[in-house]
Design a protein around this ligand. Structure first.
Ligand code: NAD
Length: 285
């Protein structure tokens, strides 16, 4: 049995605030680390709004919401935040140098028993673990957006990750009401290795004039029962993020089957990144 009670979530953006939300509503004490008071407040506001939505849908009571919010303590000092926690989940932007710096600091100041987990979508778990002196207590804990809604946690074993650490993360994921699925460390893990080539192929269909974006998405929605077409999903994920992940696959396997479609590259160059810029394969208000 794992005895994880206190958790630090580093980064309170899209993923971090969702991760803090699910830990807090499941009864864990959470320290939410951000770089400024303003960003920490923004994360807490988002969590408050999302919890209110759960109250409206009668999934939790007003009291559950208030108690969950009280369990989240915003922190601006990483060293201070990790000094007495049992688990750290890192969710800062997808840059190796930034994550490396953060994990070196966490490793220095967190107690020996603390498990270090990263929510990275594409960086090697083994390479990040090697930044620390506890690669046996380092693991990938890959949540999906929006975190309070999506059931999957991809649990990724690095080269040295200990069995008891895998077990602890499986147990804790279940306590969060999630379904943990194990994978070994490999470029894109399972999720992005399967998803991104499908998105890339959908983009090739548009690039080669096989079909319009809406037609490509309709085929996958109506014929394959996908809840969202691959191009709509690419816009939601961010075309820049899709390109980065495809490049990770391409570089990692040195296999031309992962070559990003030139149209994807062109759209990223043009700043058409999807929902976040108001235009990608579709337009948004
Ligand atoms: P984001 O940019 O929305 O949020 C990152 C947050 O980290 C920001 O709020 C930023 O202020 C904060 N931050 C930056 N430096 C920090 C530091 N030194 N200390 C504390 N906080 C710091 O990014 P995101 O989409 O939430 O992605 C975070 C991670 O999750 C990435 O590794 C990404 O690959 C992964 N991921 C993202 C998704 C997704 O759909 N967005 C899905 C799965 C995994």
């Amino acid at each position: 049995m794992s005895d994880i009670k206190k958790v630090a979530v580093v980064g309170g953006g899209t993923m971090g605030n969702g991760i803090a939300h699910v830990f807090a509503i499941s009864g864990f004490q959470v320290k939410l680390v951000e770089t400024s008071r303003e960003l920490a407040d923004k994360a807490l506001n988002t969590i408050g709004k999302n919890l209110t939505r759960m109250v409206t849908k009668e999934k939790i009571s007003e009291k559950d919401k208030e108690e969950a919010l009280l369990r989240i303590q915003p922190e601006l000092n990483l060293t201070e935040a990790v000094k007495d926690v049992d688990l750290v989940v890192e969710a800062v932007p997808e840059h190796f140098k930034l994550k490396k710096k953060i994990f070196a600091e966490i490793d220095e100041h967190a107690p020996e028993h603390t498990i270090l987990a990263t929510n990275t979508s594409s960086i090697s778990i083994t390479k990040l673990a090697a930044v620390t002196d506890r690669s046996n207590r380092f693991i990938g804990m890959h949540f999906f957006n929006p975190v309070p809604v999506m059931k999957l946690v991809e649990v990724i074993r690095g080269l040295d990750t200990g069995d008891e650490v895998i077990q602890a993360i499986i147990e804790i994921s279940e306590k969060l009401g999630k379904v943990p699925v194990q994978a070994n460390d490999s470029p894109g893990f399972v999720s992005n290795r399967v998803l991104m080539p499908m998105i890339n192929e959908a983009i090739y269909c548009v690039y080669e004039g096989v079909a319009e974006p809406k037609a490509v998405d309709d085929v996958m929605k109506l014929g394959m029962a996908h809840p969202m077409g691959p191009l709509r999903l690419a816009d939601f994920v961010g075309l820049d993020v899709c390109l980065d992940v495809l490049n990770v696959l391409y570089d990692g396997f040195k296999d031309p089957k992962y070559r990003p479609c030139p149209l994807l590259v062109k759209m990223v160059d043009a700043g058409k990144l999807g929902d976040k810029t108001g235009e990608g394969f579709f337009k948004y208000d």
